[in-house]
Design a protein around this ligand. Structure first.
Ligand SMILES: [Mn+2]
Length: 196
C-alpha cells in the first residue's frame, strides 16, 4: 500500500496543493512564495526522506501568516492520511540535531492526540522577510492536523536561521523514525488500546 496523500485546500486566503509520499527519497518541489519557508520544507523532505511537493498561493501582500499556517494545516492532513490506521509503524520518533551553535530536539508520538510543546525562543524577530513567530504557528498547525504529539525544544543557538533549520531537521528525522515500519510489529497497531 503506497503511503501517499494529495490534498488541495482553497480558502479566501490561500490556495494550496500538496503531495506527500512517506516512502520517498527526499525529493522536494516547493513553491510557497516565501523563500525561507521553501528552504525549510525542502530540508524537511530531504531529512525525512519524504517526497514532498507544495504549491501555495497565499495573500502575501498582507503578511506570511496565512500561507505559513495553512501549509502546516495541509501538510498535517496529508501526514494523517498517508499514515492511515498506523498499522506496523514505529509510532515514536526523536532526534537531536545540531547546526553550528544551534541544537534542537524533536520528539514525536503519532498518537491521534494533537499537541505541540514549543520551547524555542528566537532572538531575532525576522529571518529575511519571514517573522520567526510563524514557526510556532506552522508546527502547531502541523501537529493538530496530523493529530500527533510534537515536542520541539531548543537546546542551544543564537542565530535564528540556524535555530529554525535545526528545528525542521530534527522534526524531519523524528518523523522519519516514527513513520518507519517496525518489522517486529507486522500489521499490528502499536497501542495497548488496539487503535490510535
Ligand atoms: Mn540554511
Amino acid at each position: 500500500m503506497p503511503r501517499t496523500a494529495t490534498i488541495t485546500r482553497t480558502t479566501s486566503e490561500t490556495d494550496i496543493t500538496l503531495t506527500l509520499d512517506l516512502d520517498g527519497s527526499g525529493r522536494a518541489e516547493i513553491a510557497t512564495g516565501i523563500g525561507f519557508l521553501d528552504h525549510m520544507l525542502t530540508a524537511l523532505a530531504r531529512h525525512g526522506l519524504f517526497d514532498l511537493s507544495v504549491a501555495a498561493k497565499g495573500d502575501l501582500h498582507i503578511d506570511f501568516h496565512h500561507t505559513t499556517e495553512d501549509v502546516g494545516i495541509v501538510l498535517g492532513r496529508a501526514l494523517a492520511q498517508a499514515v492511515g490506521d498506523k498499522r506496523g509503524i514505529s509510532r515514536f520518533g526523536h532526534a537531536l540535531v545540531p547546526m553550528d551553535e544551534a541544537l534542537a530536539e524533536a520528539a514525536i508520538d503519532i498518537s491521534g492526540r494533537p499537541f505541540l510543546a514549543w520551547s524555542v525562543a528566537f532572538r531575532q524577530p525576522k529571518i529575511g522577510e519571514m517573522d520567526t513567530e510563524l514557526f510556532e504557528e506552522f508546527f502547531r498547525a502541523l501537529a493538530f492536523n496530523a493529530a500527533i504529539n510534537l515536542h520541539i525544544t531548543q537546546k542551544a543557538g543564537t542565530n535564528a536561521h540556524h535555530v529554525a533549520e535545526a528545528c525542521f531537521k530534527a522534526t524531519a528525522r523524528a518523523l522519519r523514525m516514527a513513520v518507519a515500519p517496525d518489522p517486529r510489529l507486522g500489521d499490528a497497531i502499536p497501542s495497548t488500546k488496539g487503535a490510535l
